[in-house]
Design a protein around this ligand. Structure first.
Ligand code: DC
Length: 227
C-alpha cells in the first residue's frame, strides 16, 4: 500500500553510518531526515558550557527549562541545531561533546524533556529519524524500523577516515576505545537503552561499502511502505 505519510526509525550504535545513510535515504525518498543524536549533543554542549562533566551530568537537570532548543532545516535539507538562538551545529560535533551527550542521554529527565519534540517532528511530516531508541520508545508505531549496525572495528575505521578527511586525524586505538565505551554506556543505561526493537529489520553493513549500504537501506524501506 502506498503511504503518503510515514515514519522510518533507524537505531544502532555510534559510527554505524546511521546519519550518512539515513540522510541519503531521506533525499532519495523526498522525506525529512531527523538526527536525534544532535539534540542530545545540544544538551551535552549546554552542560559543558556550565562546567558540568560526565561524572556530574545530573547537574543539567534543573537547567533544562532554561534551554531553548530548536531544529531548522536549510535549503539543502541540512539539519541545523540552535541553542538559545545560536547555531551550534558544528560545535556539537567535538569529541568531548560526544561523551557528554552520551552521559546526559542516560538521564530519564533529559529523555522525557526531548520526547515530545521528537514525536511532533514525525507527526508534522514523513521522516526518517535516527537515534538509539526511536523504534523502541520515540516512535513505537513507526512504519519501518531498522537496526543498523557494523562491527566495532569497522565503525572505528570509518570514523578515523572521516576525521582524516576533516583534517582532524586521531589514532585508531583511541577512536575504537571511545566508540566501545559509548556503545557500552548507551546499551547499559537504565532508561531507554540501545537495543533492537523486536519488529526491527537488522541491517549489518560490516561487509558493505556506502553505495551497497544505501541501496539496501532504501530497498528495505520501499518494500515496506511502497514509497
Ligand atoms: O548519534 P550521536 O552519536 O550523535 O548521539 C550522541 C549521543 O546521544 C549518543 O552517545 C547516545 C545519545 N542518543 C540517545 O541516547 N538517543 C538517541 N535517540 C540519540 C542519541
Amino acid at each position: 500500500m502506498k503511504k503518503e505519510h510515514y515514519s522510518v526509525a533507524v537505531d544502532g550504535p555510534s559510527g554505524a553510518g546511521k546519519s550518512t545513510l539515513a540522510r541519503a535515504a531521506a533525499k532519495e525518498l523526498g522525506i525529512t531526515y531527523v538526527d536525534t543524536g544532535a539534540i542530545y549533543r545540544v544538551i551535552g554542549l549546554a552542560a559543558s558550557r556550565r562546567g558540568i562533566g560526565t561524572e556530574d551530568a545530573a547537574r543539567i537537570i534543573p537547567i533544562l527549562p532554561e534551554l531553548d532548543i530548536a531544529i531548522r532545516y536549510g535549503g539543502d535539507g541540512a539539519q541545523h541545531m540552535f541553542l538559545n538562538g545560536e547555531d551550534v551545529s558544528d560545535v556539537i560535533r567535538l569529541p568531548e561533546i560526544s561523551m557528554l551527550a552520551s552521559a546526559v542521554s542516560a538521564l530519564g529527565e533529559v529523555r522525557a524533556f526531548l520526547l515530545e519534540m521528537q514525536r511532533s517532528l514525525a507527526r508534522k511530516q514523513s521522516v526518517i529519524m535516527d537515534g538509539r531508541d526511536i523504534g523502541t520508545v520515540v516512535l513505537p508505531d513507526a512504519d519501518v524500523k531498522i537496526f543498523l549496525t557494523a562491527d566495532a572495528e569497522v565503525r572505528a575505521r570509518r570514523r578515523c577516515l572521516e576525521l582524516e578527511q576533516r583534517g582532524t586525524p586521531r589514532p585508531f586505538e583511541e577512536v575504537c576505545e571511545e566508540l566501545k565505551q559509548r556503545d557500552w554506556n548507551d546499551a547499559h543505561r537504565d532508561v531507554a537503552p540501545l537495543r533492537q526493537a523486536e519488529d526491527a529489520v537488522l541491517v549489518d553493513t560490516s561487509g558493505l561499502d556506502f553505495e551497497q549500504s544505501r541501496a539496501l537501506l532504501i530497498r528495505t524501506i520501499r518494500e515496506r511502505v511502497d514509497a
